[in-house]
Design a protein around this ligand. Structure first.
Ligand code: GDP
Length: 183
């Protein structure tokens, strides 16, 4: 399955991804334009291959956002709980996903408030983030990539939503055999 990680720059998208794929984060790295990773994860007892597209959040790369959205079957929408602006930008990114998915509001999306370890610098309350998520019909989780808190859980939660969404796609009606009319 394919996951796209979206959000403003420096909110911790790469750090969260590194936690999920068990990659030792470099002390410093170039801001991502886009990086692709493959990993295997056990979701509810079954192994799945997961491709992750970790994207840039900066305005310079906004012309690539539709390509990143078309890659994803599910989306982590990430902001930092200590950066109001990153939260303010979430709604626009959500709208862009839904528009690119032809208005399908069942597309699996998880809202993630990262940098939970910076609770003392929090400017986005749990309640306002939860309220936004509820109004969009999606779930909200808080993580700390620094403390490795809830990172795998966030990806696994989204992966489960992707699995569920694939199960709920109706199968086409089987056609009867033309000679005996048996289905
Ligand atoms: P990206 O641009 O969204 O991919 O963000 P990065 O993963 O590159 O992280 C940007 C900066 O935030 C880096 O200095 C990270 O070490 C730091 N960072 C990422 N996640 C956390 C976190 O959960 N807590 C804290 N305190 N810093 C974090």
């Amino acid at each position: 399955m394919k996951i796209t990680v979206l959000g403003k720059g420096v909110v911790g998208k790469s750090s969260l991804t590194y936690r999920f794929i068990n990659f030792n984060a470099p002390e410093e790295h170039d801001p991502t334009i886009e990086d692709r990773y493959k990993t295997t994860a056990n979701i509810n007892g079954s192994d799945y291959e997961i491709e992750i597209l970790d994207t840039a959040g900066e305005e310079d790369f906004q012309n690539m956002i539709d390509m990143w959205i078309s890659f994803g079957e599910g989306f982590l929408l990430v902001f930092a709980i200590n950066e109001k602006e990153s939260f303010r930008l979430i709604r626009g990114k959500y709208d862009r996903i839904i528009k690119a998915k032809h208005g399908d509001k069942t597309v699996p999306i998880l809202l993630v408030g990262n940098k939970l370890d910076l609770e003392k610098e929090r400017t986005v309350t749990f309640d306002e983030a939860k309220q936004l998520a509820t109004s969009l019909g999606i779930e909200y989780m808080e993580t700390s990539a620094k403390n490795n808190f809830n990172c795998k859980e966030a990806f696994e939660n989204l992966a489960q939503k992707i699995i569920d969404s694939k199960k709920s796609i109706p199968k086409p009606n089987p056609s009867p055999c033309p000679c005996c009319n048996i289905i």
